[in-house]
Each structure stands twice: as C-alpha cells, then as structure tokens.
Design a protein around this ligand. Structure first.
Ligand code: HEM
Length: 505
C-alpha cells in the first residue's frame, strides 16, 4: 500500500514538473533534435568517455546542426540545450543572453566571480574596470616582456631541435603562462626554466578536473563529487595552490604601494597616464578606484581570470598553427619569406613596429583559429524567452550552445571549401565577411573577449621567434583539408599534445 502511495506521489510530481515546463517541450519540438537521444538521459550518454570522444561527439552534433539549417536541440538530463551554427541567430543570442550557463558554476568554484564567469550584475561592473586596463596602448607597453619571453622560448626549443619528434606543448604552455604572469602580476615565475612550477601544474590539473566534471553528470552534484575522494581532494589542493599564489602576490603589491609614498594611487578611470612599466595588477588597482576600489578577493578573482583566459587560449592557437605549418610546407615557406623581409635576417628582438608588418603570418593565424578555434563552444543561459531570426524560439530556462566550430565550417557562409586550410581567404580583397558572427574565435557582442590585442601580440610574437630560427617538419597533408585529432579540455587541444619536429634554418 505504502509503495503504491509513494509511486503515486512520484508520478504526480513528474506530471506537475512536465506541466510546468509544457512551453519548453512545445518549443523544443519545433526544432530538429540531434541524433541518439534516449529517455531521461537525452544525449548525456553520448558524452561519456574520453575528452577526445566528447570533442568528436560535439563535432558530429555541430555538423548535424549545419545539415538541419543551423539549429538543433539536445537534452542533458532534464536540461534542454539548443545548439546554433548560423551567425544570424548567434548574433541575437550573444546580444540578448548575457548570462553564462549554470555549467560555469564549476569554473566559478575556482576563480570566483571573475569577469569571464560572473553573473550579469557583477559582470557589468567588472567589465567596466577591466576594459581600460587592456587597451591597445597598454598592451603595447608589454612588448619588452613579450620580446624577451619569445626569445627565451626559441632558445629553449634549441635542445629539441633535430632530435626527432617531440611535444611542443609544454614549451608553449610555459611561455604563455610566464608572459601572462609577468604582464599581469609583475612576477617572473621562471616557468620557462622549471617544468614543475606548482602554480602551472595546479592550473593544468584543475582544468582537466573541471572539464571532466562539466561533461559527466554524475560528478556534478557536490555531494556526489565529494564521494570521489581522490578527485575531490586533488581539486581542492589545486584550487588552494592557485588562490594562495595569486593572493600572496597581491598582498606583496599592497605592501609595496603602502611603503612607496611616491607611487600614489590615483582614483578615477583615467589610468592611461603613467601606465608604462606597470603591471595589469597595478592598472586594475587604479581603474577599480585605488584604496577604495577592489578588495583583495576581487583583485584575486580578476587576476586569476586573466591568467586562465590568457594562458591556454593563446598557447593552443600557437601550437595549432605550428602543426598546420608542418602539414603545409608551401605556406610555411611564405611565412619564412615574410619573416626574412621584416627582420632582414638579423637576430634582434621583436619590436612593436614588426607586428603590423607580419600580414601573412596574421592571415595564417586567423585561418588556424577558424578551423581550430581555441574556445570552440560558448554556453549561455536563456533567462527570458528569446525569438531567433530563424523563427525558432528559445524557451526561458534552457541553455544555448554557440558552436564556433560549426559556424567557422558552415559552407553557407564559408563556401564549399569551408574545411580547407587557405590563409589567403583573409586577404582584404577576398575577405568579405557575410556576417560579423561568421568568424568569432574571440566571440562577439557585449561579452566578447577583451584580450584580442594581447593575444595577437603574444601569438604572432611567439610564432615569429620560433619560425625565424626553425623550420617545422611535419607529415605533409595530402589534400587541402587538414586532419587533426582534437580533445576538449575546457580549450580544444590536439590529442597528441602537439608532436612536431624542428630543424634549424
Ligand atoms: C587566442 C587567444 C584567445 C581566445 C581565442 C579567446 C577567446 C575568448 C572567448 C571565446 C571568450 C568568451 C566570450 C563569450 O562568452 O562570449 C573570451 C572571454 C574573455 N577573454 Fe579571451 N581569448 C583569448 C585570449 C585572451 C587573453 C590573452 C586575455 C587577457 C589578457 C583574455 C581575456 C578574456 C576575458 C577577461 C574574457 C571575459 C570577457 C567578458 O565576459 O566580458 N582572453 N575570450
């Protein structure tokens, strides 16, 4: 009898739950569903497995979405997700759905309310503070750090040159971390000298753990995650290593400022004066209002955001480009020719005047980020019912995945050769973007990436330092469509950790 009563209450609960969400089911039924959905789990079972398998599933769903005309749906348990690959719809979402999806709560666990994951009311304030600290002029003032660090990177690679295949990833990852830490915090982490810097090890490990948690439903509730003692303990250890390190640098900076009476912290947002030789941390203290501005926790959250947002993203873009150049020797030759012209075969360090001259290299980087965008998917939350230009309506309470991967390979906007590697499609005379959101490695709209200039300086600087000294030897691709096995690890990375060979020029 009691069992029947429990079953009845359970059934009534389900009916009430479904009744409340009837609008969501109605709107979902008007959009083609991605394949392989099963009751209760939806597509969650397709995301079980390695990070390579998850990436390949998301690629498949992106292609299905192209075939369906730009929109598809998939349930992750009880949560409905829409995927978009059409730039017209993407633009609407990026402008009107500014809240990050709940899946970001796991990242928030580590970096707090940093601008990249902050809820909208906090994001609005944080975005206003971070913007003036990353203007092109300020980024340009970091050139000496990039010049030194890109040179160190090229020197470190010397030992692996001519020794056969090796993974270039750790070198590049250490270079981007070192330069972000030096520009952001003023700390010479010596990451390029010591592969076991605890901060880097913790950062890398925590991103693996976060990714695992985001895609595996059973690791999501805190109470269940704590049962996986090994993972949970490691997660917490990494989280504290990262927080303690940044926290310590901030408190040192506060002391330095307090002791140095002459370095008066100005309030107000006019921080463009006297920005030279200042770190991002100095600028952030100023732009948030000096002593009356950000407290130590807020500063730590923003600094961590910049470190996390700026390290792997740029490293992935550099590494993907090197692998692609190994696959296409003729394109690499053109890059070498341009570098010889710009540097006149001298071994001087990078200067800010060189960067705008490296036009062909820039096209190569852009094309590499088109086919292999470091952040291939953005996930936003739909707070209010949102009508898309396509006629579909996103119900409140659903999530929306913007597949940058799919948008960049959508033949409707990139033509029948969308899958081909062709840097010259970015030539000014050929580049006639049919829609601003058809190319969006740095996203678009009010919540787009604030680090574009910084990233391009770091990426072009590193690639030119490497390619001025070395040739990348890879297995030449047979056709114009490059094949690289990718995995999703928050960022999208090559499965083989970027194995290449280098030869002295
Ligand atoms: C190749 C390198 C990079 C790529 C591909 C990239 C891409 C992105 C993407 C896709 C977003 C998400 C925007 C959204 O949700 O719509 C983002 C946000 C952000 N990025 Fe980058 N990024 C790169 C480098 C950097 C660097 C070097 C920095 C800092 C120095 C940075 C700082 C940020 C910040 C602070 C946000 C949050 C913006 C906001 O929510 O208002 N990024 N980036």
């Amino acid at each position: 009898m009691i069992i029947w009563l429990i079953l009845l209450i359970f059934a009534l609960g389900i009916i009430q739950f479904r009744y409340k969400r009837r609008r969501m089911y109605e709107l979902a039924s008007k959009v083609p569903a991605s394949s392989g959905q099963i009751p209760v789990l939806g597509i969650a079972h397709r995301l079980i497995g390695s990070t390579e398998h998850i990436m390949s599933t998301l690629e498949t769903i992106s292609y299905e979405c192209i075939t369906f005309g730009g929109t598809t749906t998939g349930w992750l348990g009880h949560i409905l997700y829409f995927m978009l690959v059409d730039p017209v719809n993407i633009e609407t979402v990026l402008k009107s759905c500014l809240e990050k999806d709940d899946l970001h709560r796991f990242i928030r666990n580590v970096i707090g309310n940093g601008v990249i994951v902050a809820p909208v009311p906090i994001w609005k304030i944080r975005r206003k503070v971070i913007m003036p600290a990353l203007t092109p002029k300020i980024v340009e003032s970091f050139i000496d750090i990039f010049a030194t660090q890109t040179n160190v990177l090229a020197e470190k690679l010397e030992h692996s040159c001519g020794t056969g295949e090796f993974s270039v990833w750790p070198f590049i990852n250490r270079y981007t971390l070192q330069s972000v830490c030096e520009t952001a915090l003023g700390v010479k982490l010596k990451a390029q000298d010591d592969p076991n810097v605890p901060f880097l090890t913790a950062l890398n490990r925590v991103t693996n753990l976060l990714c695992e948690r985001i895609f595996h439903l059973w690791l999501q509730p805190d109470c269940l995650y704590k049962l996986f003692r090994g993972k949970y303990t490691e997660h917490e250890k990494c989280r504290f290593t990262i927080r303690d390190f940044v926290g310590e640098v901030i408190s040192r900076k506060r002391k330095e400022i307090a002791m140095n009476k002459t370095s008066k912290i100005e309030t107000g947002l006019n921080i463009l004066e006297n920005y030279k030789d200042q770190t991002f941390l100095d600028l952030l203290i100023k732009s948030s209002g000096g002593d009356k501005g950000y407290n130590d926790v807020e500063l730590r959250e923003e600094i961590l955001t910049v470190i996390i947002a700026g390290t792997d993203t740029s490293a992935v873009a550099i590494a993907n480009t090197l692998v692609l150049l190994g696959k296409y020797p003729k394109i690499q030759e053109k890059v070498h020719e341009e570098l010889s012209r710009v540097y006149e075969d001298s071994d001087r360090l990078l200067s800010k005047e060189d960067l705008p001259k490296l036009q062909y290299l820039e096209r190569v980087v852009k094309e590499s980020m088109r086919l292999y965008p470091p952040a291939p998917f953005l996930v936003r939350k739909v707070l209010r019912e949102t009508a898309l230009p396509s006629g579909h309506v996103l119900p409140a309470g659903s999530g929306v995945i913007i597949s940058i991967w799919g948008a960049h390979r959508n033949p409707k906007y990139w033509g029948p050769d969308a899958e081909c590697f062709d840097p010259d499609r970015f030539l000014p005379e050929r580049m006639n973007l049919p829609h601003p959101c058809s190319y969006l490695p740095f996203s678009n709209g009010p919540r787009n990436c604030v680090g574009y200039q910084y990233a391009m300086m770091s990426i072009k600087g590193a690639l030119s330092a490497i390619l001025r000294r070395y040739k990348v030897i890879g297995t030449p691709e047979e056709g114009p469509i490059p094949r690289m096995k990718m995995k999703i690890d928050i960022m999208m990375k090559a499965v083989d950790d970027y194995h290449i060979q280098l030869q002295r020029k």
